[in-house]
Design a protein. Structure first.
Length: 94
């Protein structure tokens, strides 16, 4: 597949967005079976670049991902009370 499309995966994930050589590549939206969603950049099947992750409880994280791992500064917003703060991520840990 090449260009825009949709993919329904065997593990229950759904993807809508750009493809290149049958891989998730470019801007897209990925949703997991538990309701977690990611909007952002993909590079050959990996989350890579700026993105937003929204969790089933309404929490949101906005920042940069490299090779499926959060890096650098990310903004976090709680879904219940709307509290916001900044997180510093190093190799997937903050």
């Amino acid at each position: 597949m090449h260009g825009l499309g949709n993919m329904y995966m065997e593990d229950g994930k759904n993807y809508s967005g750009n493809f290149e050589f049958n891989q998730l590549h470019g801007r897209g939206h990925l949703q997991w079976p538990n309701g977690t969603q990611y909007w952002g950049q993909f590079v050959y099947n990996r989350m890579e670049g700026k993105g937003i992750m929204e969790y089933p409880n309404g929490h949101k994280r906005k920042g940069r991902i490299v090779n499926d791992v959060w890096v650098g500064t990310a903004e976090f917003k709680e879904g219940l009370d709307g509290a916001k703060w900044t997180e510093e991520w190093i190799n997937g840990t903050y």
